[in-house]
Design a binder for this molecule. Sequence first.
Ligand SMILES: Cc1cc2nc3c(=O)[nH]c(=O)nc-3n(C[C@H](O)[C@H](O)[C@H](O)COP(=O)(O)O)c2cc1C
Length: 141
Amino acid sequence: MKGIVIYESLTGNTAKAGWVIAEELTRSGIETVCCSTKDVDMQALSDADLVVIGTWTDGLILAGQRPGGVGRISQLPVIEGKTTAVYCTYAIKAGKTLEKLTGVVTRLGGNVIGGATIRRDRIESSASEFVDRVVAATQYA
Ligand SMILES: Cc1cc2nc3c(=O)[nH]c(=O)nc-3n(C[C@H](O)[C@H](O)[C@H](O)COP(=O)(O)O)c2cc1C
């Protein structure tokens, strides 16, 4: 099984989470590459059985949260029918960011099997716990 993590990141947190997720997935036997929405590895995306998409929480901190930079995610090709998982990083409150991101990825045709909100000061532990859940879910996808 092969995977790809595609992240949208402004200040580096979502990228960092993406690299941890890719590393842990690879360690779990899903050979995974990691890239930005600005420079998607199209071959790896086309080869991937599992697509993980991450973004950051954009809002008014306590209200109006939505996925940051969602425009580039909406334009991703070749997700149709693929097993996907989503995550978002946040500072204080993610609100409905994950649900909204799930909606975007579902509209692209992705079969979303799991998601995580990752607080920016708990990237390593939350990303690792997310990977455990995703790996377990891929066995039933
Ligand atoms: C314009 C802007 C709006 C933000 N709004 C929220 C918010 O509503 N809630 C929240 O918890 N964090 C919010 N944040 C914090 C980011 O979601 C958080 O720092 C995230 O990890 C940034 O990811 P990045 O480093 O990959 O860009 C906001 C950050 C920016 C720059």
